[in-house]
Design a binder for this molecule. Structure first.
Ligand code: G3I
Length: 385
């Protein structure tokens, strides 16, 4: 999608220059953009943006107001779905880069970087049907390695240095057991660890300039202990084998719906456990990113102001903790306005009202969450040089 004339007038000529437009958020009365606030600590702020479905431009990317907020608040974007196998590899014979190409062109026109999400979603649910039913033939390990390698090389080579950070593998650890998930690829290759090794080594060869990230949703909340332990063991094994992984992507879908604002459910004990987890990760030499931040307010009762306050306070505590790590780099939100949040498609609130998980409401007004994020960025420990 091209920038419309109206949009470019609203944003002003400076927008095409990217950084120049990051100082203020046009039309909102807000001074400093979230990216500018993050830049104070040497980080960037970004957000996910999605196009709907292959061959169509709908949803967030079709909405000029959404694009306007992204362009003014962010230093980078991440395609919500357009680089996943479910979009790029809908058939065994071809690659469809139409969505990612369009997002990247738009990002570059606005001076924004683009992260790649993801090269391998190591979860049985998210492969296209043709992969799930694939005949790996007489030498399954070799065929699986060929198919995965071809995919990763094709994506990385297509975008070259235009993409400098990839979620190479997403969600390989089963949250309930802490064990590695099994997929058609792990069964064909013998083990999930072999799949991850191949993925990271191929990505390093094909995109030597890029930051390579293992991305997962283990969280700071109670109930995540097993998941965290599984991720730690995986990171340890990868270090031992010399698998080229640079960082842990902490998705940060926080607020599991019943703990926000309730100290009897979530408290200092959980924060300490989370710090121990992050200390172990960084102690192994991994950097950190926040890749998919949002706050699920499904379980918070009260009027809108009460809910927004609880979300903002909870987010502030989380971000303050995360931003105390010098190893923490970029921070990305999984959507920036409530109306396009994936959480609206998930189990509803008891009162049936839309959720309010992102920094802007559905009328594109900044919320207390945005204020909390900006304040957390301004108070952050600077990123390790
Ligand atoms: O393309 C179809 C469209 O034809 C149909 O009309 C519509 C009806 O529901 O669905 C459309 O596809 C949906 C697609 O999003 C685009 O909207 C899929 O059903 C839906 O499963 C898909 O959901 C995405 C999900 O990942 C699975 O890929 C969400 O948008 C996306 O926010 C979510 O993102 C994940 C991260 O990748 C990994 N971490 C967790 C995060 C949240 O689940």
């Amino acid at each position: 999608m091209e920038v419309t004339r109206r949009e470019s007038l609203v944003l002003g000529a400076g927008l095409a220059m990217g950084a120049a437009a990051q100082a203020a958020v046009p039309g909102t009365g807000l001074g400093e953009s979230l990216n500018r606030a993050a830049r104070r600590g040497g980080r960037r702020f970004g957000a996910a943006i999605g196009m709907g479905r292959p061959g169509h431009v709908e949803g967030a990317f079709a909405d000029p107001q959404y694009r306007r907020i992204i362009a003014s608040e962010c230093g980078l974007i991440v395609p919500e779905n357009e680089l996943k196998w479910g979009w790029v590899r809908r058939s065994p014979t071809g690659f469809d880069f139409s969505g990612a190409d369009r997002l990247l062109a738009w990002a570059e026109a606005h001076g924004l970087a683009l992260r790649g999400h993801n090269l391998v979603w190591h979860h049985p649910k998210w492969w296209p049907d043709w992969v799930t039913n694939y005949d790996f033939g007489a030498r399954p390990a070799a065929e699986a390695a060929r198919l995965l390698g071809e995919h990763i090389e094709t994506v990385c080579r297509r975008y070259g240095t235009r993409i400098r950070s990839y979620d190479v593998v997403n969600e390989a650890v089963a949250a309930e057991t802490g064990a590695m998930r099994e997929t058609v690829f792990s069964r064909a290759m013998g083990s999930a660890d072999d799949v991850l090794d191949l993925a990271f080594r191929t990505a390093r060869r094909a995109a030597p300039h890029a930051q390579l990230v293992y991305n997962d949703y283990m969280s700071w909340e109670p109930g995540n202990e097993t998941h965290r332990t599984g991720v730690l063991r995986l990171l340890e094994r990868m270090r031992k084998r010399g698998t080229p992984v640079d960082a842990l992507g902490v998705q940060s879908h926080i607020g599991s719906g019943n703990n926000v604002g309730d100290p009897s459910v979530f408290g200092p004990h959980d924060e300490r456990a989370w710090r121990r987890f992050l200390d172990e990760v960084t102690g192994m030499g991994y950097d950190l990113l926040i890749t998919e931040f949002d706050v699920n307010d499904r379980g918070i009762e009260g009027d809108i102001a009460t809910r927004d306050r609880a979300v903002a306070d909870y987010a502030r505590a989380y971000l303050d903790l995360m931003l105390s790590y010098r190893q923490l780099g970029d921070v990305l939100a999984w959507g920036i306005t409530d109306n396009y949040s994936w959480l609206q498609q998930r189990p509803p609130r008891r009162d049936g009202l839309p959720k309010r998980p992102t920094p802007y409401d559905s009328e594109y007004r900044p919320k207390p969450l945005r204020t909390a994020m900006a304040a957390a960025f301004r108070g952050a420990v600077p990123r390790r040089a």
